[in-house]
Write a protein that binds this ligand. Sequence first.
Ligand code: HEM
Length: 484
Amino acid sequence: MTSLKPDQMASNDADARALTARRYEKMRPMATSRRRVAREGLPPGPRWPASLQSIALLRFRHQFVPWAHRRYGDVFTVRVLPQGRPLVLFTRPEHAREIFAGDPEVFHAGKGNAILGPMMGEHSLLLQDSAEHKRARKLLMPAFNGHALREYAALVTDVASAEAESWLPDESFSALERMNRLTLEVILRVVFGVSDEARLTEMRPLVNKVVDVSPAILFGHGIPRLQKFGPWKAAVDNSVELDRLIYAEIRERRAAVDLAERTDVLSRLIRVGGGGLDGPDSDGLTDEELRDQLVTLLLAGHETTATALAWALYELGRSPALLARAQSAALQGDDDHLEAVLKESMRIHPVIPMVVRTLMRPATVGGHHLPAGATVGPSIIIAHARGDNHPSPAEFRPDRFEGGQPATNTWIPFGGGVRRCIGAGFSLMEGVVVLREVLSQFAVESLGADRPKVRNITSVPGKGAMIRVTRHSGTEQNAFRAGT
Ligand code: HEM
């Protein structure tokens, strides 16, 4: 291991390896705050051992959370590792509003995401709180504002049309797999821009492996000796390799002659230094800070959107009438309808099950006085499945999002408040472009029923959303274009 320079620049591969090792050591989940949390006054919940409840929440959340809601009511407490810490889940929109509007100095989101620490790093937007979070958010926001999104749309169209072009006229496949491939390509190009093709080729499988880790591996990162064995060792080796490539990309980009004109996220973040966010004397971001934000975007911005798209194709493939309506929309340029399809698919199949905030001081939510150290969060699964929020909630009906929107805080796939997903606009834009490209060329048919399965912190179609695609004839395309 080499000794790193004080400014944390990874000048070579050995430096990169040292930075990765240090991150794993420092960001061990469960290593922080062993303080017990007071139990008095917590809402009711199961009395099983915390280990069982943790497994139920991580592996069987789509059964366990609705069961707990039926059994204990609108607010209930789940006890999770370490030490049976209370996680209080709220299911009503007025409670979600209170949590989203909570003082960011008291309602910390970074603490609740600690399990992602070894992968994402301490500087990750997802893991920071207070002033550091505000600073990082200000740094990243310009890369996702309306202007930037319009710039990315052409890139997404190119990648989506190349993906659709590669499909055979009559082919069956997992929509999740194809959408993952597509969204990975998009996010790599948004994050790194035009880049060394050989390096991107090396990166793709490494990013996929990080996304694919199971909750057991995430928790195992808390136990250092496990890192010498089997899947834990493989996960660390994979991280080292991915970091090596990212640090190499950062090194080259810092020296790029066209840095000033580039619109990719990495170039934007490098430019933020000297005269940027921290004033004229700022040194800019270290390699480690850059790496953490880039990996966060690669991981948070790829499988999430792919999953929403896979479910959208799956749902359309089950209803010839809704499919015909969406195909007309694709050929007539009715993006509002395609966005409604995507939003309804995120409602009925939430990609992320809940949003969490850990209380730094005692606080009251929904009339419950909760102790410092408790974690609180709206359950997205329940918010989206409540009949009083969404009538006939089990029905896939994109028209809920046309000519009006569901009431505030009843549709919360992207969380809310100062932590609302920074990529929400991006993912809707990307999803609409992809649906437009796919549906203007193909009909889809779902091959059998599918149900959500837990993968890392997201929920994906358990069978991969298997579909058959059939290329439209010219006559069919004309009919859809005419809306007949
Ligand atoms: C269907 C697609 C997506 C879903 C369902 C989703 C969902 C979420 C949720 C629930 C949160 C937590 C919000 C909270 O705590 O209140 C979040 C945060 C975040 N998401 Fe997304 N996301 C998606 C796409 C993306 C994309 C495309 C990107 C980036 C390109 C992205 C980057 C992030 C980041 C950086 C955060 C942390 C924000 C912060 O803490 O300030 N996400 N996302």
